[in-house]
Design a protein around this ligand. Structure first.
Ligand code: HEM
Length: 408
């Protein structure tokens, strides 16, 4: 079997992501060495899993492939290397993971989401109606960030007038590239501890009040969140903030790139959003893959697809690659709102850790598409997108566009 060599085999390199040049490298890995050992990188040695079925197999065996922060956690960067370890339930194994997940699951049931749907539509409409016509503006900062921030503030019942603080905290918590750099690491800690202090105060207030349906109140009144050390508390908040913020935001930005790349498909969605808005949202999430990877750590030696993975090895699952696996998604780079198996994408992960906010994210994005179509909106790229230099949060910092609308 062919074995790729450095630097090609190191797909964590920031330049691949900031230059948007990762596609051919992953295609080569899928074809030639789908379980690939990278012997050195900024984050140390790691395995790359790049095919769809192999990721499903890894996620389906959490006893062998652990998520626990005690082994280093769920991103390619080891959590032990930072003062902000983010002991969140996504970075725990069962039973603690399952207990904590169950306690906040009611925040995103179909009934709760049904109740939120009207508010989501109202806020989306407001933001779209305020967009300037005929001038260049930044879609990320004018649409994606305000919409997702408003939603997260609603979920936590976070003070509305302070909601501008949320995206900054979330961005710093999600930055995994800073760890080995002491200056950036200290800066990250400062922001994350500031976030924790504000949320701790709110948490204590909610605890003293009768239960309410917001996430913070649910946590404050649940047994499994009652006794949390500082790192667990920070982790619990950061998980929901990053989960709700960066991911959905980057899907909303990715949508604009896709509709510019595939104008005919967008014309079809625009003409018949009732039939196609949901598929367009799913396809956008598949192709954007806002979380490019999750990592596991092997808890024992295991032979996997002919490779010898050793206890303690990092195993990195590249969802962006699985979502383009030719065996599952033919012509995988095409944005096709009518694609029949689009929902099989792995952007939300798989198995016991599958994203808790998936339905909410889909609802937000479908509503955005639907409201854009109602206004018969054309959004055109008006400059080069600026991408994040991260192999974890796959997204955009700036996206200059112009917009025109025929209705609304
Ligand atoms: C397009 C938007 C989103 C994407 C792409 C996304 C992606 C992911 C991924 C990849 C995982 C890990 C799955 C695994 O390990 O198998 C995850 C877990 C999680 N997500 Fe999301 N997410 C999104 C939106 C949200 C939202 C809006 C929320 C919160 C309201 C949220 C909350 C969570 C939580 C709590 C977990 C941990 C689940 C567990 O460990 O059991 N996510 N998400």
């Amino acid at each position: 079997m062919a074995t790729l060599a450095l630097p090609e085999t190191d797909v964590s390199r920031a330049e691949l992501w900031v230059q948007n040049s990762w596609r051919p490298v992953f295609a080569k890995l899928r074809a030639e060495d789908p379980v690939n050992w990278c012997p050195e990188s900024f984050f140390g040695p790691y395995w790359s899993i790049t095919r769809y079925d192999d990721i499903v197999a890894v996620e389906g065996d959490p006893a062998t492939f652990s998520s626990s922060w005690e082994h280093g956690g769920i991103v390619i960067f080891d959590m032990q290397d930072t003062g902000v370890q983010l002991r969140m339930f996504i970075a725990m194994d069962d039973p603690e993971h399952g207990e904590k997940r169950k306690a906040i699951a009611p925040a995103v049931t179909p009934t709760t989401l049904g109740a939120l749907a009207g508010l989501i539509r109202e806020r989306t409409a407001e933001i779209l109606d305020a967009l300037p016509e005929g001038e260049v503006f930044d879609w990320v900062h004018t649409v994606s960030i305000p919409l997702t921030t408003a939603m997260v503030a609603t979920l936590f019942d976070f003070p509305w007038e302070e909601r501008h603080k949320l995206p900054g905290w979330s961005d710093w918590a999600a930055r995994i590239d800073v760890g080995p750099d002491p200056v950036l690491n200290a800066e990250r800690e400062k922001h994350v501890f500031e976030m924790a202090a504000r949320f701790r105060k709110l948490f204590d207030e909610r605890k003293a009040q009768p239960p309410k349906p917001d996430l913070l109140s649910m946590m404050a009144h649940s047994d499994s969140y009652a006794e949390m050390d500082e790192q667990r508390f920070i982790g619990a908040i950061a998980l929901l903030l990053v989960g709700g913020n960066d991911t959905t935001r980057n899907s909303m930005s990715g949508l604009i790139e896709r509709i510019n790349q595939f104008p005919d498909a967008w014309a079809a969605v625009n003409a018949d959003p009732k039939r196609l808005a949901e598929g367009a949202a799913t396809e956008t999430i598949r192709l954007q893959t806002p979380i490019a990877h999750m990592r596991r750590t092997a808890t024992r030696d295991i032979e996997f697809r002919g490779k010898q993975i050793r206890k303690g090895d990092k195993v990195v699952m590249w969802y962006n690659s699985a979502n383009r696996d030719e065996a599952v998604f033919p012509d995988g780079d095409r944005w096709d709102p009518e694609r029949e198996n689009s929902r099989r994408h792995l952007s939300f992960g798989y198995g016991i850790h599958r994203c808790l906010g998936a339905r909410l994210a889909e609802l937000q994005l479908t509503t955005l598409i639907d409201e854009m179509a109602k206004r018969d909106m054309e959004v055109k790229l008006a400059g080069e997108p600026v991408r994040l230099p991260s192999c974890f949060t796959h997204g955009l910092e700036h996206l200059p566009v112009t917009m025109s609308r025929r209705h609304g």
